[in-house]
Write a protein that binds this ligand. Sequence first.
Ligand SMILES: *[C@@H]1O[C@H](CO)[C@@H](O)[C@H](O)[C@H]1NC(C)=O
Ligand SMILES: *[C@@H]1O[C@H](CO)[C@@H](O)[C@H](O)[C@H]1NC(C)=O
Ligand SMILES: *[C@@H]1O[C@H](CO)[C@@H](O)[C@H](O)[C@H]1NC(C)=O
Ligand SMILES: *[C@@H]1O[C@H](CO)[C@@H](O)[C@H](O)[C@H]1NC(C)=O
Ligand SMILES: *[C@@H]1O[C@H](CO)[C@@H](O)[C@H](O)[C@H]1NC(C)=O
Ligand SMILES: *[C@@H]1O[C@H](CO)[C@@H](O)[C@H](O)[C@H]1NC(C)=O
Ligand SMILES: *[C@@H]1O[C@H](CO)[C@@H](O)[C@H](O)[C@H]1NC(C)=O
Length: 541
Amino acid sequence: MTYMKKHLVLFFLLFSVWEVSYYVIGKVLPEDFTSDSCPPPLLAQNGSQTEKGESRIRKEYSHIREVKFSGSIGPLGEKRLCKIKCIGGQWVGPLCADQQDNGRFQPLFKNCKLEYINPHLLVTFKNITIHNPGVVFPHGSQLQVRCNELGLYKLLGTATPRCHNGEWTTRLPSCVPTTMLTNFTEDSPPTILIKIPSGSASVEPGGDLAVFPGSTLHFECLYPRRVGSPDWTWTTPLGQYLTGWAIASEERDWKYRLSIYYAKSQDSGTFTCATPRGITNSVSVHVVAVTCEPISVSGMHLTVRVEGTRLGHSALFQCPTGYVVSGSPNLTCQASGKWSSLVPKCEPVKCPPFNTPGGLEAPHLQLEEHNNSYGGRAVFSCAWGYKLVGAPGIECEISGNWSGKLPKCVPVQCQPPVLPVHGHLIQSESPGMDGGRYAVGSLVQFACKGAHLLEGEASIICTETGFWSHPPPFCKPRCPYLGEPENGLVAPTKFAYDPGDELQVTCNPGFESKIEEQRIKCLSDGKWSGVMPNCTSYEQI
Ligand SMILES: *[C@@H]1O[C@H](CO)[C@@H](O)[C@H](O)[C@H]1NC(C)=O
Ligand SMILES: *[C@@H]1O[C@H](CO)[C@@H](O)[C@H](O)[C@H]1NC(C)=O
Ligand SMILES: *[C@@H]1O[C@H](CO)[C@@H](O)[C@H](O)[C@H]1NC(C)=O
Ligand SMILES: *[C@@H]1O[C@H](CO)[C@@H](O)[C@H](O)[C@H]1NC(C)=O
Ligand SMILES: *[C@@H]1O[C@H](CO)[C@@H](O)[C@H](O)[C@H]1NC(C)=O
Ligand SMILES: *[C@@H]1O[C@H](CO)[C@@H](O)[C@H](O)[C@H]1NC(C)=O
Ligand SMILES: *[C@@H]1O[C@H](CO)[C@@H](O)[C@H](O)[C@H]1NC(C)=O
């Protein structure tokens, strides 16, 4: 590289190639540049492309020949110095410094993804357990795989798959259940139960048993004695071990034992139990005098019970009521001299919050009070026109779960109003009407048929209580206008007459009606008390 560092401009952005995130910290401005400049490099945040920062740096990139940045690679975020180079108008790279190669910049090969982890498998990467599938590993990563329950399952396949340019060198191994789990069927590998009556041991990420010197171990190979006798073999050249059927009556017919007393480093090796059919299961022993750093508990609230600091000793952590252990509550001292996990923390119990940016999922539900700490409450209400169904308040429990489900808001509705006899609705449908029921705010208007008189409120509203604002009106009967008699007039003249109204007939000159018939009355049932009187001429009387 013949460029001179003119000056270093610091800016911060993330960018990604092959799903690896990089943190760009600097760029080098060359003294001389050609017209062969590169466009701004593709920027990505957490694997997805972003525009952020691009306009700010667009101009500046035209002079850039090389971008150096700190790459954060793999699931553990290993920091490596990486760079991309502008060659012939194109960005090339990234190339990352390789410690194994004297810090030379090497191209990054493709990552490998761990798609699925069988629940019986324990996958570790650099002594860190990988719990969830979907993790991406950089080229060259080596996983360590073992069966969760050493001795109960037998590992089938290679325990150390390695990522090579996007491909795993071998498939993930599988775990085959052993005799104890298969009811002692003859074609399954024998179970090996590991007993440590004195001393300590740790099951290592690679599946071997790391044993502190001086420990006593019993390996019990489970096989039905009536079928035949299994056989123990070992790879330790000088080792002499006691083997034979257990002595206690409840064990003597199915436990074929090998014992290691006061384990020494010479006892390191693989111990294999083979059934008469030649089906095997093994335990690899690694005797090593390792102690871990004493545990220092600095976190608030955390209490620990430490068995000791020797290999295989464990430390159990607890938090007081209202707190949960965040991290692993059980650490074991491992052969690496490290505890199996970081010291956990005590986090206050929190229930899943409801006041997230997404808000409450339930429609129309509103939060009146929200305290998602242990013992806190969430109190709900509904939007106008809705009522709450379910508990209006729930409590955050010690488990970190709410004491109940979210309540629901259902629309408040009024029953259809009773129609008055001789009446009808002018507005038979309201916008809020649903299955014959009316939503809050619906207005209905009544009218009476024919000459009937509306008494009460002509329009009523469905209120928040689920009841109408007023009772429905009545349609009172009225007497009809009968028309004018021949040769006479009626008074008063109305379209209809209220009950109690009287109708007076006045005959034209020369005509007359019977006195007793001259007045008729509108009765309360809407009928006239009599018929319309006739005006007859004098001559006819
Ligand atoms: C990117 O992912 C990391 C870890 O998943 C997260 O902590 C960080 O906030 C994310 N950044 C953005 C900008 O999404
Ligand atoms: C073993 O036997 C028990 C009881 O007889 C039975 O419930 C179980 O399914 C058997 N398991 C297998 C793997 O055969
Ligand atoms: C803690 O872990 C060790 C090793 O994994 C195990 O032997 C021990 O039973 C565990 N203790 C508890 C209380 O879970
Ligand atoms: C993982 O632990 C083993 C011993 O169990 C040790 O030899 C190795 O160095 C450790 N690896 C890392 C990356 O810490
Ligand atoms: C939340 O509830 C807890 C338990 O009742 C209480 O101690 C705490 O003060 C409350 N927090 C707030 C912010 O009100
Ligand atoms: C809390 O809720 C989760 C999810 O519903 C459930 O799996 C878990 O068992 C609950 N915990 C307790 C202690 O009830
Ligand atoms: C009036 O005259 C009509 C027709 O002539 C008759 O039908 C009716 O009965 C009369 N009414 C009375 C009260 O006499």
